[in-house]
Ligand binder design. Structure first.
Ligand SMILES: [Zn+2]
Length: 254
């Protein structure tokens, strides 16, 4: 398969390293290898040992670059600093480097990584993402996605405590002035309320897990999957994700 690369992962790695001062480390967990390419799979940690812990991830679907742009902006513009009084922030900036370069949803093996968190022997990208989700470690996980079919922003919310829906509501309320909200009663064949899909099957009944399913199984307290509409300009999509992250991290629900 030989395609014209749409983006450069090497440039992304350079860009990310420039955003961080020497108090912050980028870890390369392993390399995703494909043909002559060797993509470093990276993890960034800010505010180590702070009392609350969040995992923010992007790029599991390679044709959804807004999440990665959001993480770049979050770092470049020091948006994270105001959260460091409380949060240890772990970032997986790009889970699917091949997809990012080639603008494909799937990885180099044509696999949708976000369907493979329950399988016995998943692709390396999934193994590496799973390796950092330790049992009962994260208070919150935030996954940044895009939806090319949606006319507005929406999110999936599921928690291991009863009060999680309030976080989703707060995010959608804050976004109303910034971006259109998908208020459809059904989104992705699931019942939705005011931009929030929260009536999600019990994960034990699911045949396959997205990353959020695995996070829930590992007792992450609140799991949010944020979907920004691809049809809007990149800057609007990114600003919406940034505001959503701010709102989520400003929530006091433990
Ligand atoms: Zn996606």
């Amino acid at each position: 398969m030989s395609t014209q690369k749409k983006r450069s992962y090497a440039d992304l790695v350079k860009r990310l390293s420039k955003t961080l001062d020497n108090t912050v480390q980028i870890f390369t967990l392993d390399h995703i290898k494909y043909s002559n390419n060797k993509y470093p799979f990276q993890k960034i940690i800010l505010g180590v040992h702070n009392p609350r812990r969040v995992l923010i991830s992007a790029g599991i679907h390679g044709d959804e670059p807004a999440g990665i742009e959001t993480i770049c902006s979050f770092l470049e513009n020091s948006r994270y600093k105001k959260h460091l009084d409380q949060w240890e922030i772990t970032i997986l900036p790009c889970i699917n480097p091949y997809g990012f370069e080639n603008d494909t949803r799937e990885n180099h093996e044509s696999k949708d990584l976000n369907r493979l968190f329950k399988v016995h022997n998943p692709p390396l990208e999934v193994k590496l993402a799973k390796s950092i989700i330790e049992p009962s470690y994260f208070d919150m996980t935030i996954e940044l996605h895009e939806d090319c079919d949606s006319h507005g922003y929406y999110l999936f919310q599921k928690s291991n405590t009863p009060n999680g829906l309030e976080i989703g509501v707060k995010i959608i309320e804050a976004l109303k002035g910034v971006i259109s909200i998908n208020s459809d009663k059904t989104i992705e064949n699931m019942p939705a309320e005011k931009g929030i899909i929260h009536r999600i099957k019990d994960i034990n009944q699911m045949e396959w897990w997205p990353m959020a399913g695995y996070s829930l199984s590992m007792k992450a307290v609140h799991c949010l999957t944020l979907e920004t509409p691809t049809m809007l300009p990149m800057d609007t999509r990114v600003q919406a994700h940034l505001l959503a992250i701010d709102q989520a991290l400003m929530c006091n629900h433990q």
